[in-house]
Design a protein around this ligand. Structure first.
Ligand SMILES: [Fe+2]
Length: 428
């Protein structure tokens, strides 16, 4: 009879089992989070977690064998740091250190004195897996230091050239392992991602690799699709649109949903993001390209009527940041001074911050192209822009109650542009 050493067998199994992707965090809310990772052999995945890093005494386990692991943790406490580890019933494979943690979203109903600062990282056109992407990442990590990144957005073209699994591996999973395991990533689809993905069928690597809130489970009106969605985080309402793979007609499903969703939100801040920017004179031209023209003509009136504050895009490999503007839906030669709600810099150290009443229609928004997270091309000024830069970098949104500070960070961790929006009391 052959004797089996169970402990040795367990150790050998775990040594041979490789994590090939992740862990990474998705759809984080104040009470839940999804942890995903992939292994090179099918196993039943398991997550251990707790607020005490030395005693991960809560556990969630998959019920089937798979290589692609998705485990949702529920019943979590808002605004709380949880430590975690991943593995199988045979043991822990990764995590279980003081560096492996996530922080749940703040409670939706806080008193003003309870509100803490929130930090959001934004990367655009980042998916080249090149030295510039690594430098932009390191510049941000140097800038933020020990301060936690509450969440991060990717504005599309997250994997060049055609959005294959191999390109996501190089462009995202091997490039941002620290961010992926501690901060929830929310993605928008770009034209390069769409090279291997179908938004109508929601198939392909982009839709397989990322989990989106299709049922309103993170706040907002259910979109019913992973192509576009919304979510709440603290006092912010985020909206992600698909400017490439979905119909952009005014009566189409996406813009119909958009009007319902943003119209229903009572959050202090409304931030929209998608890939093809409404205003740019960089490596793409918003006067001549159909996706950019249609998003400007059709999505912007809906957003501005509902008081959107910030609109983020990529596609052009430039950094372009507008004044506080409203009502510009034509080509760049139709931009007028009257469309500037504030024609200043929005910098308190130079003049004054931008001021916006709470929940006020057509009160001005700042439009930002942040497409230099892996490449910086030449740019000429669009008349709506306060500044246009050809510098690799990332964007940081710092939200603290009724104040929003935006900073563009270069590869050295230095601030290359900044402005502030302050909420004011709406006058009757
Ligand atoms: Fe693009």
């Amino acid at each position: 009879m052959m004797l089996i050493n169970l402990e040795a067998d367990k150790g050998t199994f775990l040594e041979n089992l490789q994590i090939v992707r992740g862990p990474y965090l998705q759809v984080g809310t104040e009470s839940s989070i999804i942890i995903r990772w992939a292994t090179d052999a099918p196993v039943q995945g398991k997550v251990w977690y707790a607020t005490n890093p030395h005693s991960l005494d809560s556990m969630e386990e998959e019920t089937t064998m798979t290589c692609d692991h998705t485990i949702k943790l529920t019943g979590l406490t808002p605004d709380t740091k949880y430590y975690y580890a991943i593995g199988t019933s045979r043991g822990v494979q990764a995590g279980q250190t003081e560096d492996d943690f996530f922080v749940t979203a703040p409670s939706q109903n806080l008193m003003p004195e309870q509100v803490r600062p929130l930090r959001i990282l934004v990367l655009g056109d980042a998916g080249r897996g090149n030295d510039i992407a690594a430098s932009v990442r390191d510049g941000y990590l140097k800038f933020t230091g020990t301060r936690h990144t509450d969440l991060w957005l990717m504005l599309g073209d997250n994997a060049y050239d055609t959005g294959t699994y191999e390109e996501y591996q190089r462009g995202i999973f091997e490039m941002y392992p620290q961010l992926l395991r501690r901060s929830v990533l929310w993605t928008a689809l770009g034209n390069h991602d769409a090279g291997s993905a179908d938004s109508l069928l929601q198939t392909g690597p982009y839709y397989e690799l990322f989990t989106m809130p299709t049922c309103g489970e993170a706040g907002g009106v259910p979109s019913g699709t992973a192509a576009y969605y919304s979510f709440d985080y603290g006092n912010i309402h985020f909206i992600c649109l698909d400017s490439f793979g979905c119909t952009r007609t005014p009566e189409g499903a996406m813009l119909t949903w958009l009007a319902q969703d943003i119209g229903a939100s009572q959050k202090d801040w409304k931030i929209a993001f998608w890939h093809h920017p409404p205003y740019t004179k960089g490596s793409h031209d918003s006067d001549t390209e159909i996706e950019l023209i249609e998003m400007r003509e059709r999505a912007l009136p809906i957003l501005e009527a509902a008081g959107v504050d910030i609109v983020l895009g990529g596609h052009s490999h430039s950094y372009e940041r507008s004044y506080l503007i409203d009502g510009h839906y034509g080509t760049s030669d139709t931009f007028t001074q009257e469309m500037k709600k504030d024609g200043g810099s929005g910098r308190e150290d130079e003049s004054t911050s931008y001021q916006k009443p709470l929940h006020a229609s057509h009160s001005g928004a700042v439009y930002i192209v942040a497409g230099t997270s892996a490449l910086a091309d030449e740019v000429v000024p669009h008349p709506a822009m306060y500044t246009s830069l050809s510098i690799p970098g990332s964007l940081v949104l710092d939200v603290h109650g009724k104040r929003l500070d935006v900073k563009f960070i270069d590869c050295q961790g230095k601030i290359q542009d900044h402005f502030t929006i302050n909420r004011t009391i709406a006058l009757a």
